[in-house]
Structures are given as C-alpha cells and as structure tokens.
Write a protein that binds this ligand. Structure first.
Ligand SMILES: Nc1ncnc2c1ncn2[C@@H]1O[C@H](COP(=O)(O)OP(=O)(O)OP(=O)(O)O)[C@@H](O)[C@H]1O
Length: 603
C-alpha cells in the first residue's frame, strides 16, 4: 500500500454524553455559537441587514401614521382644511404603499434566510451522520431523525420574528419619547405596562426551560417508536406485536401531548398578558387623555396619536414575550444538535492517509473490543495476520465475534485496545473512505437503497463501466434474473429493496461487493439466503474471482470452506484455532474423540 495525504474529516472534539431520548440541559460555552450554526447565520448577514432596515422603516412609518392622525384631528378637522387633507392623504397612501412593499420584502427575505439556514445546517448534520463514529452512536434511528427535524425549530427562531423584534426594541424607546413629546406625563401609562409584560415573560422562563427539554425528549421518544414500527412492519405484523407497539405509541404520544400542552398553556399566559397590557395601554391613554383634554394639556389629535403609539410600545413586548417562550425550544434544539455535532467523527483528526496500491494484508494485533454500553467484550486479545491474497474463513458459534471482526477490519468501529492494520498501517490513520474504496463488503443485512439495480450495484463505485457491472452481476448470479426483467438494470427499487426476494437482494449485494475488483473482499454469510444448488454455482464462480485478492469469509456453511486456504475459529470473542482447513478438521476430530472417550470413562 502506498499511503498518500488526503484531506480527512474534521478533527475530533470531545463527545458529550447523550441519552436515547433523555434531553438534559447542557451548559453552553458562554458567548460562543457553534460553527455549524454561526456559519449559516454569518452567511445570511446581508439578508439580516436588509430585514433589519425594512423593520426600522416599518416602525418609522407607524410613527408617521400616528402623527398624520394627530394632524388630521388637530388641524384639518377644526379648520375644515380639505386641501391639506388631500395632500396629507396622498402622502399617507405613498407611505402605506411603501409599508406594504417593505412588509412583503421583509417576509420574503426572512424566508430566503430560513431556506438557506435549513439547507446549510441540514447539510452539516447529514455529513455528521454520514461520518459519525459508530461506537459513539447513542441515538436510535427515530431519535436521530427527530433531531434532524429540530433544525426547523432553530430555523423558525433565527429566521422569523426574532430579527424584527430585535429591531423593534430600540423603537420602544423612540416611540415612548415621541409620546412624551406629544403628551408629556401620559407616557407613564404605556411605560407602566413594560415591567408588567416583562415580569410575565421572565417569570415563566424557568418553567418553560424545563418543559422545552422535556417536550423535545418526548418528541424524540415518539419518533423512535414510529420509525421502529414502520421499519419492521412485516415482523411486527407476523409476530402479532401490534398491541405492544400500540401501547408504546400511546404512552409516548400522551407523554408528549401532556408536556406540550403545559408548555402551550404557559406560553399562552405570557402572550395574553402582553395582549391585555396592550389594550390597557391603549385605554389607559384614552382615559388619561380625557382629563388632559379637559385641563387643556393635550389636544384630541394628541390623545389619539398617543393611544396609537402606546399600542406600538407594547406590541413588540408581546412579540418578545412570545419569542422568549420559543427561545427555550430553540435553545434545547441547539443544545441537542450541538451535542451531536460535537461528537468526534470517524477517521483521523485532520489529514487522513489515502490508500494507493493496496496489497490487501490485514492484521489484528491484541485487539480488544467492546460495543458501546455493552457489559462484555465482544473481542478479547484477538491477534492474526492475513497475508495479501490469502483466503481466510472466520467460523464459530453465533455471537462469537465474526461479524465484529469484519466491522473492525473496515474501520466501522475502532478497537478498544490493540491495533488493526491494513498493509502494515494502523487503519485509524487512514481516511475511512479511502480504505473502504479498496474493500468490497457484503454484510448480513444486505441493505439496498432506493434507486435502480444499477445504482445499487455501483454504489460508491460510479466510475465503473457497464461491462464490469455485468461481470460482477454474472459472478454473483444476479445477472440471471436481471437479464429477464423488462427494465433490466434500470429496474427501480423502493425503500430497502422492496420487490426483490431475499436471495435476489443477496446476489445484488454480492455483485456490489465484487464490482471494481477491490483488493480486499469481506463476505458475511454470503449464501445464507440461497439454495444449495445456487450456492454450488456461486462457489464455482467465486473461486476464480478471488484469485490474488484477500478474502475474509464469515460462514456457518461447510461447503463455502472450499474457497479458503485458512480457517480462524472463534469462540466467545477469542481466537481458539487458526490453521489450514485440514488441520482444523483434524483438531476438531481429535477434540471430539477425546471428549467421547472422557464421556465413556465418566459413564
Ligand atoms: N451493535 C451491537 N451492539 C452491542 N453488542 C453487539 C452489537 N453487535 C454485536 N454485538 C454483540 O457482540 C458479540 C459478537 O457479535 P457478532 O455479531 O460479531 O457475532 P457473530 O459471530 O458474527 O454471530 P453470528 O454468527 O450470529 O452472525 C455478540 O455477543 C453480540 O451480542
């Protein structure tokens, strides 16, 4: 193998602790937003400036409209000055037109920013999922997909009323100043509403924070049940597991419904406090105005302008109260996504080594391995060296660690201790993609993806030509049935290869492992879904195919052992025998004879 420098994934950061659905509050590093969120927000800076500008102008127009009303009542009505009214009306219509256009533009820009945030954060999370270290995986499939959905909560928070509300805040002070200028002490009426609304919003915060975390955790739990059920519908039906899953679903839904109901009640209370305060400010100004007019401290137009402006003071507070209730949902979503995004990705930090000419030598040196959260080691002190071009079978009872070795050999999991080497290089130094490009692997789940048969065979090796695809499919016997299909290799498969039999799926997965002639082939139970006659034909095809390439074959089928020149036998995660098929057979026979003898003596 000739290592070459390749850009690897981002460097590992410390993993946070995560629960499947438990959402705990996490302290964020103060004053710093993570790059995955800060980047998209920064990229939208110019849009936010436009939105802020539009919001500022809209506020200004609101002030002008109030002053227009005052002028009409104080100057036009008493003097019957219809000429001035025409001029004022034309001015107002223009302002209203501007206001209308600006509000449309503001909404449009906010949506554009939202769509970009969605796309950028979504891409970052998807890449993190693709590169995630399997040993750090803590989320169930449903939990993970629910987490991705939380982007919407963040998007809504950052791309909607937030910016407008932030711009509205300084206008509270400006509007209060204008009220004071027009009506003097009357300004205290709307001013008194400010602490009332603020207190309503702030008092609900601790509860909202707790409820947001709880609601999100329960949403993840609900999604887990849903995804698990849909993904295993056939098994669920055949095992008659419907009632159990319905029970789980009902429990998850009612837990989620009850906490989101509580969250909504609290949020509605603080939003209604703001609404009531707005009405109180308006009517308070009118009542105060009656006395002010009587004492000739204020004109009728002044009172009306002040009442309109009083509403403008309290309205943004209402928006902020609403935002504060959403802040916690956004904060919880941010913490959860950040915890996931902070997990180290697979592959070496920074630059990973590429794999040039791969000879195909594989070595396990004193490898211990424990699955995440597992009590027992799945592999204990496993050592073996497979020379380039050697054909090795891994055999042993179920759960003895055969598939685990295959997973470690292609770097899906790093060893807990010890070394896994390919051509003498620790695979933790290799870029995972580069290593897997040199490996053809068939695992037990034979996962096929949505797309054509061609897409599924060429998955990850799109540069391979049709001739090579058909060659691989012919060897795996997939060509036998594909050539009889009306659409042939263009047949579209739906979710997970529905529409194909188990054996057909397996032969497609086998063709995928063989296509492009990778120097290392790993086959985990490659004939578990086929009949003995097909298996025999496959063995004949594969014998020649494996010539000069390294093969790790995991099997319970003795017939497949004809393809290998060495057998490694595992038991309870340890290598118990390692030798040629003949030597293993002899030793097994010796052990059986010895055990029969000792049984006989005991009898
Ligand atoms: N994803 C996982 N998380 C936790 N433990 C696992 C996981 N996969 C396997 N194990 C455990 O690791 C041990 C080895 O499993 P492995 O799949 O390697 O066995 P195997 O020899 O391939 O079995 P089989 O012949 O049934 O395929 C088993 O005890 C199993 O329970």
């Amino acid at each position: 193998m000739v290592p070459s420098a390749l850009p690897g994934g981002p460097g590992g950061r410390d993993a946070g602790k995560g629960g499947k659905v438990a959402v705990n509050e996490v302290e964020l590093p103060k004053g710093r937003i993570a790059d995955w969120l800060a980047g998209p927000l920064r990229a939208n800076r110019s849009i936010y400036v436009k939105v802020a500008l539009a919001a500022a102008l809209i506020n200004l127009f609101a002030l002008i409209t109030a002053l227009f009303t005052m002028t009409v009542y104080d100057r036009v009505v008493p003097n019957n000055a219809t000429d001035s009214l025409v001029g004022l009306t034309i001015g107002l219509v223009l302002i209203l037109l501007f206001d209308f256009v600006l509000k449309l533009l503001r909404a449009y820009f906010v949506d554009v920013a939202g769509a970009r945030i969605d796309r950028d954060i979504g891409r970052a999370i998807f890449n993190q999922i693709l590169n995630m270290r399997m040993d750090l995986r803590r989320h169930s499939t449903g939990g993970l997909s629910a987490l991705v959905r939380e982007i919407e909560t963040l998007r809504d928070f950052f791309a909607s009323a937030t910016i407008t509300a932030l711009v509205d805040l300084p206008f509270i002070v400006i509007t209060l100043s204008v009220i004071a200028l027009i009506g003097g002490w009357i300004v205290f009426v709307p001013m008194m509403m400010v602490p009332l609304v603020a207190a309503g919003a702030l008092l609900s915060q601790p509860l909202m924070r707790r409820l947001s975390a709880q609601t999100l955790g329960e949403a993840l739990g609900k999604q887990s049940v849903l995804v698990e059920t849909i993904g295993s519908l056939e098994t669920v039906k055949s095992a008659n597991a419907g009632p159990i899953l319905s029970g789980r679903w009902d429990a998850a839904v009612s837990r989620h419904a009850s906490s989101s109901l509580r969250q909504r009640v609290i949020s509605t209370i603080s939003i209604n406090i703001a609404g009531t305060a707005q009405t109180m400010a308006y009517t308070g100004v009118v009542i105060y105005g009656v006395f002010a007019i009587a004492e000739q401290r204020l004109t009728m137009g002044g009172v009306i302008a002040c009442s309109i402006l009083a509403g403008r003071v309290v309205a943004p507070l209402g928006t902020i109260a609403h935002l504060l209730t959403r802040l916690h949902a956004a904060r919880t979503a941010y913490q959860q996504i950040d915890r996931f995004m902070s997990q180290p990705v697979e592959g070496p930090a920074g630059i990973g080594l590429g794999v040039g000419n791969c000879d195909g030598g594989i070595e396990f040196r004193e490898v211990d391995f424990r699955y995440p959260d597992a009590a027992e080691l799945a592999l204990t002190r496993v050592s073996f060296k497979i020379e380039p071009g050697e054909h090795v079978a891994l055999i042993g009872p179920i759960g003895s660690g055969k598939s685990t070795i295959a997973r470690l050999a292609i770097g899906l999991f790093p060893p807990s201790s010890g070394l896994v080497l390919v051509d003498g290089t620790d695979i933790r130094q290799l870029a995972p993609g580069a290593l897997r490009a040199k490996t053809g692997a068939l695992f037990q789940d034979n996962a096929l993806l949505t797309g054509t048969l061609r897409d599924n065979i060429l998955l990850g090796r799109e540069n391979v030509d049709d001739e090579e695809m058909i060659r691989a499919a012919t060897i795996s016997l997939a060509h036998d049935f594909i050539s009889k299909l009306p659409h042939g290799y263009e047949l579209g498969l739906s979710d997970r290869g529905e529409g194909l039999s188990g054996g057909q799926k397996q032969s497609i997965a086998m063709a995928r492992a063989l296509v492009g002639r990778p120097p290392i082939i790993i086959l985990d139970e490659p004939t578990s879904s086929v009949d003995t006659e097909t298996e025999q034909r496959l063995i004949n095809n594969l014998r020649e195919e494996f010539e000069g390439r390294t093969l790790i074959l995991i099997t319970h089928r003795p017939s497949l052992l004809r393809l290998v020149d060495r057998i490694i036998m595992l038991s309870a995660g340890r290598v118990v025998m390692d030798g040629t098929p003949q030597s293993i057979r002899d030793r097994v026979a010796d052990i059986r004879t010895a055990s029969r003898k000792s049984d006989g003596r005991a009898a």
